[in-house]
Design a protein around this ligand. Sequence first.
Ligand code: NAP
Length: 254
Amino acid sequence: MRLTGKVALITGGGTGIGFEIAKQYVEEGAYVYITGRRENKLQEAAEKIGKNIGYSVADVSNRDDMDKVAAKIKEEQGKVDIVIANAGVGRYVSLENVTTDEFDRVMHTNVLGSYFTVQACLPIMPEGSTIILNTSVTASLGLKDFSLYIAAKSAEKSFIHTWTNELRDRKIRVNAIAPGVIPTDAAGGELGRSKEEEIERQKYRSTLIPAGRVGHVNDIAKAAIFLGSDESSYVNGVEILVDGGLAAIYPVKL
Ligand SMILES: NC(=O)c1ccc[n+]([C@@H]2O[C@H](COP(=O)([O-])OP(=O)(O)OC[C@H]3O[C@@H](n4cnc5c(N)ncnc54)[C@H](OP(=O)(O)O)[C@@H]3O)[C@@H](O)[C@H]2O)c1
């Protein structure tokens, strides 16, 4: 029980990586709040987790929504110890075809969303609390047709450095997890590929990844438990790659 007594907020916690972190955080003793735009996904997630879980329908790119989330947590728990800016979107679109709407969608969700999440929570984060950003291995790679998403994740990655410095006097740690290839909903339709095409891609990618397999949401949850717990109290200002060694060998054809 490495998170007993901790209160956590996980944006995008109704599905995929965020849901797995939420589930394992509760198992480790935390009280967890999850957010997202689809109420049915949040409700389903909360029912599966069963206890010590709250949820709010909230768009991370809307500051009012995030202020309401923070106000609810303050009223119910008085504080939040672990803020995980996990909500994110991205799609393979070539440089020539990125529209203004797509640019705004990706930047607003990933970059502005992480900003608003943290801004809203800061007033209720006590000394010793921690921020975890969900970046991506892709910020270390030059994948074609992914420049917008990679730019957004690179901006998030920059927050590790600036916020670590800015929040040092409040003793708030700032770290990130950069997942590798993790099959979730986002790794299928959301990316703009069919499920079949994505499965074929994943088989091919497994041959490139030094670990010999794609990742699992559980791999990311374990890293999130470490970064959220006091076991990592001297780990500050870093991005932990949870990618099976992918970035280390820098494959050119992912
Ligand atoms: N899967 C991978 O291979 C991989 C690799 C590297 C990084 N990541 C990152 O991991 C994070 C989670 O992704 P995932 O793979 O678990 O995919 P996912 O299941 O699609 O999760 C994304 C979550 O974000 C929420 N979300 C999206 N836009 C939002 C908004 N404007 N406001 C609030 N919530 C929003 C979604 O819920 P609603 O749609 O209901 O709002 C959803 O629950 C993302 O930041 C992604 O970039 C994933």
